[in-house]
Design a protein around this ligand. Structure first.
Ligand code: NAP
Length: 307
């Protein structure tokens, strides 16, 4: 592991601890050389409380990975790109589409890599599902993405603040898979959004797309969680279950799962490839559907929500 490049991880919160730190510890490409955190630490890793100080003090750090919520992320990404560092963004890549366009332009100007990650696209059965759907005609598709916000975002009020996206924070994972595997793009036609009376973002959403594609996102599901995508095609049914990890063809489990790496190791491997190739990867397709749902959606007020 002698040739690992130094990387700084910004925001030592739930996803950093659950996924980024273990993925980096096992990475053949990256050395976690510093963190930027207001409160967290990673054993044995230098911590900075200010991004500017880190960028100035550690010119050896080539790459910055941002695992903070979308609203504060732009300023951090901009600072890193201006300092000539490659940048990797958690999903969703920003609070707005325009700020991600601005980051893409800045990365190009600076000659560095910008990678808008979509971790669910790296789930084990996504590539085989895409291969199976290629060239087939889809007659109907339905997504059910129902989970418990208290389990996955304990006490995280930012998800219900403007820019936090509410139930689209997990729902965008399903949309990232959908936009990856569909043989032809779809667009949103209508939506119903349920807003808790005391919150700024929806806790549930029902989406209707062109091509007979629908989605049901709900953050109030306790007990078993559901992350399913079902497709009817002229060649029979196909389903992706467990958040893109299990493939079913014709109602039977398929042996098609062929991705060797887990989601976050695969994201860091992809970042290393992009940096080596001198390229950026910026895909806003999942976020366009969320923006459209927030533009077109009919607002329904529902019960107040408290963590
Ligand atoms: P989180 O734990 O609430 O926040 C992550 C960290 O970001 C915080 O611990 C804090 O780190 C920093 N932070 C929070 N607010 C900030 C602010 N206003 N300014 C600067 N830094 C701030 O959130 P998370 O669940 O890890 O989610 C972070 C991102 O990862 C989101 O975009 C989310 O969609 C994505 N994600 C989350 C999950 C999940 O299961 N939770 C899964 C996949 C992806 P410091 O205390 O170190 O400063």
């Amino acid at each position: 592991m002698a040739d690992r490049q130094n990387l700084a991880l910004v925001g030592i919160g739930k996803i950093a601890v659950d996924q980024h730190v273990p993925a980096l510890a096992a990475s053949p490409d990256w050395q976690l050389a510093a963190t930027v955190s207001r409160a967290g630490t990673v054993d044995g890793v230098e911590v900075f409380t200010s991004m500017e100080t880190m960028l100035e003090a550690r010119p050896d750090i080539t790459t910055v990975s941002l695992a903070i919520p979308p609203v504060p992320r732009f300023a951090y990404a901009q600072a890193a790109l201006r300092a000539g560092r490659h940048v990797m963004l958690e999903k969703p890549p920003g609070a707005t589409l325009a700020e991600v366009h601005a980051l893409r332009a800045l990365a190009a100007e600076q000659g560095v890599t910008l990678y808008t990650t979509w971790h669910s696209r790296m789930a084990h059965a996504v590539a085989p599902a895409k291969a199976w759907l290629a060239g087939k005609t889809i007659t109907r598709a339905h997504i059910t993405w129902r989970e418990d916000v208290r389990k996955w975002h304990p006490g995280q009020d930012w998800v219900f603040e403007p820019g936090g996206m509410g139930v689209f924070d997990p729902g965008i994972n399903a949309l990232s898979i959908l936009t990856e595997i569909l043989p032809a793009p779809v667009h949103l036609q209508s939506a119903e959004l349920e807003f808790p009376a005391n919150r700024q973002t929806p806790i549930a959403a029902r989406l209707h797309f062109s091509g007979n594609v629908t989605a049901d996102f709900d953050w109030r599901q306790t007990g078993p969680q559901t992350w399913d995508m079902e497709f009817d095609t002229t060649a029979g049914p196909m389903a992706l279950r467990m958040g893109g990890n299990v493939l079913e063809i014709g109602g039977q489990p398929s042996q098609g799962e062929n991705t060797i790496m887990d989601e976050y190791p695969a994201l860091y491997a992809r970042m290393a490839e992009l940096v080596a190739a001198g390229r950026s990867e910026v895909d806003l397709a999942p976020m366009v559907h969320v923006a459209d749902a927030l533009t077109l959606g009919k607002r329904i007020v529902t019960d107040a929500f408290h963590f």
